[in-house]
Design a binder for this molecule. Sequence first.
Ligand SMILES: *Cc1c(COP(=O)(O)O)cnc(C)c1O
Length: 339
Amino acid sequence: MEEVAPEAAKAKTAAPFGTAFTSRMTLARYSDGQWQGVENVPVGPLPLHPASHVLHYGSTCFEGLKAYRMPDGEVKIFRLDQHVARFQRSAALLCLPQPPADMMEAMIREVVALARDDIPEAPGALYLRPTLIGTEENIGAAGAPSAEAMVYVLASPVGDYFAGGRGLNILIEDREMRSTPGFGQAKTGGNYASALRHVVRARKEHGADQVLFCPNGDVQETGASNFFLIDDNRLLTKPLDPSFLHGVTRDSVITLARDLGYEVIERDFTVDEIKDWIRTGEAALSGTAAVLSGVGAFIHDGTRYQVGDGGVGPNTRKLSEALRALQSGRTPDRFGWLS
Ligand SMILES: *Cc1c(COP(=O)(O)O)cnc(C)c1O
C-alpha cells in the first residue's frame, strides 16, 4: 500500500466528485459457475474483450456508499449491509451472478483498509463504488445472461457536496419516464443512459440542476436521488415500489425524522400536490453523495415555482444535519448504522 501524505489526500478531495481514486481496488471474477478468489490490484485500465456482454447488452450494476472518519480517527462504513443487499437485488434483476454478501463486505472493507490514509476528515468521506459487469465474450448472447462476470470495488476520496445555502432548481418532467415500472429499482447503467437526454435538455433549456420524473403526474424521483416534501411536522415521500431506486439515504432520513417526532407519510402524490405543499413547506432530494439537498425552485411547463425564499429550508437543514452528525460519529450511532 502506498502512503499518501495528508496534503495529497486534501488535494484529491478538491477534485470534482468521482474523478480522483485511491491507488488499489479489490476484484473478483466469476467463471465456471463460481466466484474465484478476491484479488487486490492497482486501479488502472481493465483488459476487456470487445465482445464482452456488458459492452453490448448493458449487463452491469453498481453501488455507492461511504466510509467516514470518526472523531477518534477510526474509519466506519455507513449501512454496509443495506448497500450489499441492494447490490445483490440489482444483480438478480440483471440476471448477473449475485456476489455473496460476505465476499462483498470483505472486498469493501479491504479497499477501505487499503485507503486508510487517503480518507479525508468528515464532512469529506471515502466514496465506494462496487461495480459488477458481465464479461462473457459473446455478441450472440443478446437473449442470454452472461456466464462470466467481474466485480470490483473502486474508492474515491470526496469532499463535502452539501449545496449549502443554495436551493436546487428542479425541472418537473411529467411525460417521460426515467426507467420502466419494473426496472427503476435496479442501480444499473441503462437507467442513467435512459434518463440522460432529459437531464441534458433540462440543463440546457431551463438551467435546471436535475429532473424530477413524474410520469402522468406520479412523483417518483430524480435521475439519481429520492424526493421528499417536508414541513414543520411531516415528511411525505413515495412508498417503495419497483418503479424507483430504494435509497438507503431515503430510509435513513425516514428513520431519523420519525425519531425526531415528524410524522412520515409514505403514499403516492402528484405534481399538483407539490405546488400546494411548497406554498408553505419545503422540498428535498436524498442520496449518498450529497445526503439531503434542499430544492429552491421547480420549473414546470415553462413556469418557475419558488420554494420558500429559494434557499434550503429549516427542516431540511435540521434533518440533514442530524444525519450528517450521525454518519460522521459526532452523535451516537443509535440505529447501529456504522460498522
Ligand atoms: C443511488 C440512487 C439513489 C439514492 O440512493 P442512496 O442509497 O440514498 O444513495 C436514488 N435514485 C437513484 C436513481 C439512484 O441511483
